[in-house]
Ligand binder design. Structure first.
Ligand SMILES: C[S@@+](CC[C@H](N)C(=O)[O-])C[C@H]1O[C@@H](n2cnc3c(N)ncnc32)[C@H](O)[C@@H]1O
Length: 250
């Protein structure tokens, strides 16, 4: 048990906290370097995995250490209802930058211009992962790997390239800035190598990003409604782009 605590504290330094079963499951599925998982009831977590995601059982069985309930609460402060958490390594920035800069990108990059709400950014990471977007780039001072963003992203930071850049260092590609004043998205086809940029919750698209944009694009909205929520706007734009190929059902 003491060994598990030392291991956890070592991995916590600079590590990414995966809070709850679904976050751990997604991170494992998308190749995260998970160092350790903790629970006060290993058998219960493995039963849960067997029922919901049998593909991750072998990894979980290898990584999961059981500690007394009190120790779990001391280490985690807030224990997820599924009773499991893990620590993973934050991926190398260089690998992400290479994927983002690839001019033959097979799917758009979502750009969030100075987002303020950590939950919104996590929801966008989850959307980007689901649609198979190349990545999520934020500008501004918010860290897109902040623990609350990772929590809202359900462990899917490992399924897409999430990095912070500046407007001046955005990847190449046609930039479509989403703004209620723009051209109706329904008249457009969004190319796979597009950068889809969204403004901050309070101020919208910054003048700098507006200047760099190749197209201003609007989502259909009734008069007198000012705007949609940031994450729902990303969802609509990605849906309009297309998303992954349909899965054949037997
Ligand atoms: C909550 S909105 C920002 C509202 C802000 N008060 C403004 O003046 O734009 C956040 C972002 O979502 C996107 N968005 C929201 N509604 C939109 C719409 N109808 N058409 C295009 N983009 C929209 C834009 O990128 C916008 O900057």
């Amino acid at each position: 048990m003491a060994e598990a605590v030392v291991e956890w504290r070592g991995a916590a330094d600079g590590g990414v906290l995966l809070d709850g079963f679904h976050a751990v499951k997604h991170a494992l599925r998308f190749g995260a370097d998970v160092r350790i998982a903790l629970s006060d009831d290993k058998a219960a977590v493995l039963r849960l995995a067997q029922g919901l995601a049998p593909d991750v059982v072998p990894d979980l069985d290898r990584l999961l250490r059981e500690v007394p309930t009190q120790v779990l609460h001391e280490l985690l402060l807030r224990v997820h209802p599924t009773g499991v958490a893990a620590l993973a390594v934050r991926p190398a920035r260089e690998a992400h930058l290479a994927a983002l800069a690839d001019s033959a990108r097979p799917a758009p990059v979502v750009v969030l211009d100075n987002p303020r709400n950590l939950g919104n950014v996590g929801a966008v990471v989850r959307l980007a992962a689901g649609f198979g977007a190349t990545g999520v780039v934020t500008t501004g001072d918010l860290d897109p790997w902040h623990p609350n963003v990772v929590r809202a992203g359900a462990g899917l930071h490992y399924a897409t390239a999430v990095e912070r850049l500046t407007v001046g260092t955005l990847p190449p590609g046609p930039l479509y800035a989403l703004d209620p004043e723009g051209e109706d998205i329904r008249a457009l086809t969004l190319p796979d190598n597009a950068l889809l940029a969204f403004g901050s919750e309070r101020h919208g698209i910054s003048p700098e990003l507006r200047e760099r944009a190749d197209h201003l694009v609007s989502l259909p909205m009734r008069p007198q409604v000012s705007s949609y929520n940031l994450a729902t706007s990303v969802a609509m734009a990605l849906f309009h782009w297309g998303g992954p190929a349909p899965v054949e059902r037997p």
